[in-house]
Design a protein around this ligand. Sequence first.
Ligand SMILES: Cc1cc2nc3c(=O)[nH]c(=O)nc-3n(C[C@H](O)[C@H](O)[C@H](O)COP(=O)(O)OP(=O)(O)OC[C@H]3O[C@@H](n4cnc5c(N)ncnc54)[C@H](O)[C@@H]3O)c2cc1C
Length: 711
Amino acid sequence: MNLTVSPCTIAIIGGGLSGSLVAANLLQNATTPMSIKLVERHSEVGRGVAYSTQVKEHLLNVPADKMSAFPDEPDHFLNWLHENGHAGVKASSFVPRQVYGDYVQATLSEAEANAPADVRLERIVDEAIAIETKSQRVMVSLKAQCLNVQKVVLALGNFPASLPEPLASVENDNRSIRDAWADDAIADLNPEHTILLIGTGLTMVDTVVALLAKEFRGKIHTVSRHGFMPFSHKPATPIPTFIHPETAPKTARELLHLVRHEVRLAGDGEQDWRAVIDALRPVTQELWQTLPLNEQKRFLRHVKAYWELHRHRIAPEIAEMLDAAIQSSQLVYYAGRIQTCEEEENKVAVTIRERKTQANIVLQVNRIVNCTGSNCNYRKLQHPLISSLQEQRLIRPHASSVGIDTASNGALIDAEGNSSELLYTIGTPRKGNLWETTAVPEISLQAANLAQELLKSLHPKPNIVSDWFAPNQSSLLPKPVMLFRQLFDQESSTYTYLIADLKTKVAILVDPVLEQVERDLQVIQELELTLHSCLETHIHADHITGAGKLKELTNCLSIVPRYAETTCADRLIADGNTLQLGNIQIRAIATPGHTNSHMAYLVNGTHLLTGDALFIRGCGRTDFQDGDAGLLYDAVTQKLFTLPNDTLVYPAHDYQGRTVSTIGEEKRWNPRFVERSRSQFITLMNNLNLPYPKKMLSAVPANQHGGILVN
Ligand SMILES: Cc1cc2nc3c(=O)[nH]c(=O)nc-3n(C[C@H](O)[C@H](O)[C@H](O)COP(=O)(O)OP(=O)(O)OC[C@H]3O[C@@H](n4cnc5c(N)ncnc54)[C@H](O)[C@@H]3O)c2cc1C
């Protein structure tokens, strides 16, 4: 039998952060031939609107430790900074956005360099203008060529805002009115001129910073309906999430009351309101989804401006720059509406009706810059690609008027309400469904999940070539290659797994126990195996690893998950890394939650060693060693439960004599996860009140030293 597999082809339209991260995740995780076509209209990928700025004073508005490209490697960005000439950056630092663009580019290049030879990335500098679906294929028309692919990801990001009235009525070619995101927004401006910025949010802040960096000395007027000034970030002691989506109020007004009440309580306890807003972040998407549509619309009309003001804060350094400009009267804020806009010689006269006094203020300005942020009303967007999708009824604008309708896996929902199997999206277009979907923490998680979703849906069907010519098929069937033994330690109820390639006789031990080293060595000797390495799922708290002793006795390697606090590992294994043991492949799957560096291992695609992340009808605890119930829930439901149902589940422990289960069984019967939402799971795990493991005080430090007891 001759099997040939043709590569799957995925087109990603948009090479900003979202598109680049989907590509990086695909490159890291694809195990079958694949061609990824990343289409970006600008020459550089990885930057998009946010990270292509040339102004070094433009800082991220999120601290460095929250900007990792990979949700299961929270320190990825910080480590990259430290290894790439930014040693002084702290977790709480606000880094230049330009540098973040360098990071995204480097991350994509690294994924490309480490991908298997038959998983390829092609960067195409072009603009997509139309999409058509035809019998399980998608034709993507670019300006210069046409792509015929199996799947498409729309990573289109942010569209520039439309001009508010009455500016929109002023002639189109008026060179005094420009868009803040255009390259020429503040170009060829006399440094003494007067400028008016429409909008007082983060785009306005960016424009002011760029003006000051250019040594602009003229007056800067800014106007918005409320005239709110962005708040600065400030260190705030985190508080637990005080609101649960199931029991939360279902109206925008009541939600607002509840948050205000919490802010008052926080104030009484000398806490900062920022901690209250931050505590909402993990549940914001769920809260949004539990609001009925009319309440979502009410939120957009009445609460959005307040929410964005408090949620999107600026780096303290930037706040200081703005304060100084206000103090010197260079920067002036107005709360009001623009009434008229009239062109005069070399100037535009703009009349603003002040919100409070209803008085008219007339400003004579040389330049007006539209800083109203992004436009995500797909009914109003004017781009040929969006028109093409709309004409073919392949997209449906979200009923709230923000974004388009998507399924929970990111698939587009068409005008008839059907979820696509060919077209997906990520980031801003999902705003109507998720609300919180535009910042790096949300985008990085969506990118990882979407890549898994695409890979799952793309199992290539081998073309069977001339199979009936094979003389004796049974003689051609591959012989079993793997030895898989489950060994047990009664005292700690721990399973150790011995896995070996039967041809090369090379073996690996997963989670060996110190007290069982002699037993394990005896099996290895009797089966004439060579112990290559000991592999840990995590730093254990209930037993001491046998790795140190086995290393001493056999010279094997000790392999430990990346980010585990350990002093003597020979190798670290990261999410997506594959260990090749003869013909056996062991793929690491980061499953943080029981401990922060926990890994599960998928052996040859069939046997899943779940460590303490998933037990048979249970899961590991999350109340020590930086455990996090929310992360565990995400890892199990979004990673392990997305493996095929017949994947065998081999846990690190069982206390009732069970040895093996399957993913399908656990999805159906595991009482910790079945019909339990994330927040219900967190509540359950936070209230288990289990006693600490007896050996914890000696086991954890010993395991951090590879199993050597520490005095
Ligand atoms: C000024 C600014 C600052 C920000 N700062 C932060 C921050 O500090 N921290 C944070 O977490 N988030 C920040 N954000 C949020 C930001 O939305 C995300 O971090 C992220 O950049 C979004 O990436 P994206 O790829 O989805 O969108 P975009 O960055 O908008 O990228 C989309 C890309 O798609 C391309 N494209 C679109 N249509 C087509 C087409 N038809 N054909 C070809 N190419 C196409 C565009 O050229 C663009 O490069 C900021 C956003 C902005 C606008």
